[in-house]
Design a protein around this ligand. Structure first.
Ligand SMILES: [Zn+2]
Length: 273
């Protein structure tokens, strides 16, 4: 299930499809409240939503890098296909030098783990400092309903298994030609990675939005998975605007393939790149 590939600057970028995630449409929320939420659910028009779960392989002069790592074996046999896609691309786990995470949610981070071992034995793992702080905070964990504590468990496992190979990152260049752009809201430290090329750049924006057909048209539409829905909505609009203005190609944790953002009245749309 190897996805599309692009050449961006010094990197060959390949989208790795990990699986398809399905949820009931009532996970949709809206920053303007209930009536707007009902309208969003009606305009979606289907009882469920189904989204890709993606991560990205970057091959460059300094070896192989992953942006996010998929689910591994943690979400069962419907998921975890990023591992075979990586094999199909000719890369072994031992060849991955760096993994950069957009945030610490299971579908992005658990692929780093092989039980209590590191699935990528030679990788350093770059993780937004804001997410390490939040998902290691006992009070934040306590305040979260049990069903939504996955990020806390993932952070604990990640820090235990990778130890000093976990590198906390803030805004700015993380690896050559790869810049961290904070996109907070979905999680406190949620971060996009801008891969800079001469003629074109790629923003891997994680979970800035999940539904490429719906949310660009009304960036106030969110999903219950956004920890701070209002901040996520502001970040979503700003990221869409930046991508439209700068002409960035975009890739995400849950949108299909690579896209470009175009302005339209009151919102945006994503076209295939
Ligand atoms: Zn997420």
């Amino acid at each position: 299930m190897t996805g599309h590939s692009l050449r961006i600057g010094q990197y060959d970028v390949t989208l790795l499809l990990d699986g398809l995630f399905e949820a009931p449409a009532d996970v949709l929320i809206h920053a303007d409240g209930d009536a707007a939420r009902q309208h969003a659910i009606e305009s979606w028009g289907k009882p469920t939503l189904q989204v890709d779960v993606n991560c990205f392989l970057l091959r460059g002069p300094a070896g192989a890098i992953l942006i996010d790592a998929g689910t591994g074996t943690s979400w069962g046999p419907k998921y975890g296909h990023a591992r075979s896609a990586l094999r199909d691309a000719g890369i072994t786990p031992g060849e991955i030098r760096s993994v950069v995470l957009t945030h610490i949610h299971g579908d992005h981070a658990l692929g780093l783990l092989d039980g209590d071992e590191a699935y990528f034995p030679h990788a350093e793992v770059f993780v937004p400092g804001g997410d390490i702080a939040f998902f290691s905070d006992p009070a934040a964990r306590e305040a979260m309903p049990e069903a939504r504590r996955g990020g806390f468990k993932a952070a604990e496992q990640l820090l235990r298994v990778y130890g000093s190979r976990v590198k906390r990152i803030e805004a700015g260049e993380v690896l050559p030609g790869i810049e961290a752009l904070p996109l907070p809201g979905h999680t406190p430290g949620h971060t996009g990675y801008l891969v800079r090329g001469g003629d074109k750049s790629l923003l891997c924006w994680g979970d800035t939005l999940h539904l490429g057909d719906l949310q660009p048209g009304d960036p106030k539409i969110g999903l219950t998975y956004d920890l701070d829905p209002e901040l996520a909505a502001r970040t979503r609009r700003a990221a869409l605007e930046d991508a439209a203005r700068e002409g960035w190609i975009i890739g995400g944790g849950h949108i299909t393939g690579f896209g470009r953002v175009q302005r339209k009245p009151n919102g945006y749309r994503i076209l295939p790149a």
